[in-house]
Ligand binder design. Structure first.
Ligand SMILES: CCCCC/C=C\C/C=C\CCC/C=C/C(=O)SCCNC(=O)CCNC(=O)[C@H](O)C(C)(C)COP(=O)(O)OP(=O)(O)OC[C@H]1O[C@@H](n2cnc3c(N)ncnc32)[C@H](O)[C@@H]1OP(=O)(O)O
Length: 302
């Protein structure tokens, strides 16, 4: 089944994502390993999910080398993986991290934003919306263990989590840098960061497209904790234990009370938001700006 077809499936059809994962992207080796070890472990091409040492906790790893750019495929697999965990009564919390060295996620895949046709842009943007809505409103406790650079869409993904722990490395810059690419973060990106760091800090961070090193990200409240890299996972697990000590139903209703209004702003105008995106991204000037940025990235090495 094509990934595009999966995206078009009604939510009901995703209630049994085991089957979809098997049909779409489950690596045979991993499936076999999962059965052999008797572990509740599953994987898709770009997302690896395994149980953590703590009961009820899964570790979800992004693995889209080299830089975990958020392609249509990765976004789709993230949503399916989360839904599978939500439907499995065993899991109450997820630690979201990266399987790629030194990068949590480089943000939206720039190749999805350049040179595509309007239908593909629309399909991609719908998947970005879906990822944000599902992660932002998840009933599970989500803790981001940020083990690498975290720009733009990568930062957005981390902002959907309930708590962010960042590894202390000066190269691990974090923020919504869209303006530096000549593009504009949509209102729900802005809402996500404003709900996290406040109005004034957002005015600066978003207009300047700031990518902050760990100490500054902590100071502004973009992350909740900065720890040495070798303590990242253990810290995330300790944080998770604290959150899981709270009865689920009370925590979930509280989370929903705080977040639903923000999500509703997008839910009420999803189609208009897609149209805005398609028309904005299709402009010649925006395409030129993105192409130039992508070229600069590629030339950086040389
Ligand atoms: C009022 C009007 C409002 C209208 C608004 C309407 C709609 C809104 C419109 C648009 C909104 C779009 C929102 C966009 C969000 C995004 O997320 S855009 C992506 C932004 N990302 C970045 O700027 C990060 C770029 N990457 C980096 O800075 C670095 O790669 C790094 C992540 C720090 C990692 O560095 P390093 O380890 O040194 O790796 P390299 O730079 O060498 O990269 C390796 C290869 O990966 C390619 N690459 C990097 N990032 C991306 C990416 N995001 N997408 C695709 N490809 C990427 C890079 O080019 C290298 O490729 P080659 O090996 O050279 O082929």
């Amino acid at each position: 089944m094509a990934l595009t077809a999966v995206l078009r499936l009604p939510a009901r059809a995703l209630l049994r994502p085991w089957a979809l994962l098997r049909g779409v992207a489950l690596g045979r080796t991993e499936a076999a390993a999962g059965i052999r070890n008797g572990a509740r472990r599953f994987g898709s091409q770009h997302v690896l999910v395994e149980p953590a040492a703590a009961a009820g906790v899964a570790v979800m790893k992004l693995r889209n080398p080299p830089v975990n750019s958020l392609s249509l495929e990765l976004l789709t697999e993230l949503v399916i993986s989360l839904e599978k965990l939500e439907n499995d009564k065993v899991f109450r919390g997820v630690i979201l991290t990266s399987d790629c060295p030194s990068v949590f996620s480089s943000g939206l895949d720039l190749r999805e934003l350049c040179g595509r046709n309007p239908a593909r842009y629309a399909e991609f943007w719908k998947a970005v919306q879906e990822m944000w809505l599902r992660f932002y409103l998840s009933n599970l406790v989500l803790v981001a263990a940020i083990n690498g650079a975290c720009p733009a869409g990568g930062c957005l993904l981390s902002l959907t989590c309930d708590y962010r722990v960042l590894a202390d490395n000066p190269k691990y810059l974090m923020g919504l840098n869209e303006t530096l690419l000549g593009i504009v973060a949509p209102f729900w990106f802005k809402d996500s960061i404003m709900n996290t760091i406040g109005h004034r800090a957002t005015e600066q961070a978003l207009q300047l497209g700031s990518l902050l090193p760990p100490a500054e990200a902590l100071q502004v409240g973009m992350v909740d904790q900065v720890v040495p890299e070798d303590q990242l996972l253990s810290t995330a697990l300790s944080v998770m234990a604290k959150w899981l000590a709270v009865p689920d139903h009370a925590r979930q209703l509280t989370k929903s009370m705080i977040r639903q209004a923000t999500a509703d702003r997008l839910l009420k105008q999803r189609d208009a938001d897609i149209q805005n995106f398609v028309s904005f991204i299709s402009k010649d000037a925006i395409q030129k700006s993105l192409q130039t940025y992508l070229e600069k990235l590629k030339q950086k090495k040389g």
